[in-house]
Design a protein around this ligand. Structure first.
Ligand code: PXP
Length: 236
């Protein structure tokens, strides 16, 4: 059975919209754990648009399941990881102007930065994953870098209309097979929702999914009526 990593970034997005204390992503993480999440994933971005520095140690204290910290391959983030020691690190690309992580980390182009960083993190005992596009060249280079895992970027698959998904699904499935052959723990994520997950979950090599936005969006609507009713009762 594949594992579910619940990404809590957008709980923090809601909080940061008002720069107040709620909704607290740490509370959401604990609730996700109680609901069966196998891992909590969060992305501490350079611009701190959602998750804040203090959320990470708070999270590490609050949950017993592994915390997967997504971060850019920078010296600042390496120092942060070494200080707080999440169980797992996923290196992701980052550009300030992007709405979300667009495209995988180009491990071929950034090889020189990644060689020492992956080696250092592994030597320090972290489980290191690389978030890459489902391409053979990226996977082979990830192998040379010595990562433990790759997370296949599902964004391109999620963007195409359902009737034209075939080629992207094939690309994902072939990449997952190659990743497994190369000895990786195989994760996947980005843009997955309650509908487009169904064809992907048939790919047997994918062992873990990291999903955030669709779960937060669904939670808002699933909880909406109750939230309105409770406020109505308070002012009645
Ligand atoms: N995996 C990685 C590496 C990501 O960067 C993201 C987005 O932060 C996700 C998974 C989750 O994507 P989504 O929020 O679209 O489910």
């Amino acid at each position: 059975m594949a594992l579910l990593g619940v990404n809590i970034d957008h709980i923090a997005t809601l909080r940061q919209a008002r720069r107040i204390s709620y909704p607290d992503p740490v509370v959401a993480a604990r609730m996700a754990q109680d609901a069966g999440a196998d891992q909590i994933t969060c992305h501490l971005r350079e611009d701190r648009r959602h998750i804040q520095d203090a959320d990470v140690p708070n999270l590490l204290k609050a949950v017993s399941i592994p915390v997967n910290l997504e971060m850019a391959a920078t010296a600042e983030m390496e120092a942060f990881a070494l200080k707080h020691r999440p169980a797992k690190i996923t290196l992701v690309p980052e550009r300030r102007e992007e709405l979300t992580t667009e495209g995988g980390l180009d491990v071929v182009a950034h090889r020189d930065v990644l060689v020492p960083m992956v080696a250092k993190l592994r030597q320090e005992g972290f489980f290191v994953s690389l978030f890459v596009d489902p391409e053979a060249e990226q996977l082979r280079c990830s192998r040379e870098l010595g990562a433990d895992s790759v997370e296949l970027h599902t964004g391109a698959y999620c963007e195409v209309p359902a009737e034209r998904r075939g080629p992207e699904l094939k690309r994902l499935s072939e990449a997952a097979r190659l990743a497994k052959e190369l000895g990786f723990f195989v994760a996947a994520g980005h843009g997955l929702n309650y509908e487009n997950i169904l064809p992907v979950k048939k790919i047997p090599e994918i062992e873990e999914y990291n999903i955030g936005h669709s779960i937060v969006a669904h939670a808002v609507l699933v909880g909406w009526e109750r939230a309105v009713r409770e406020m109505k009762a308070l002012i009645a």
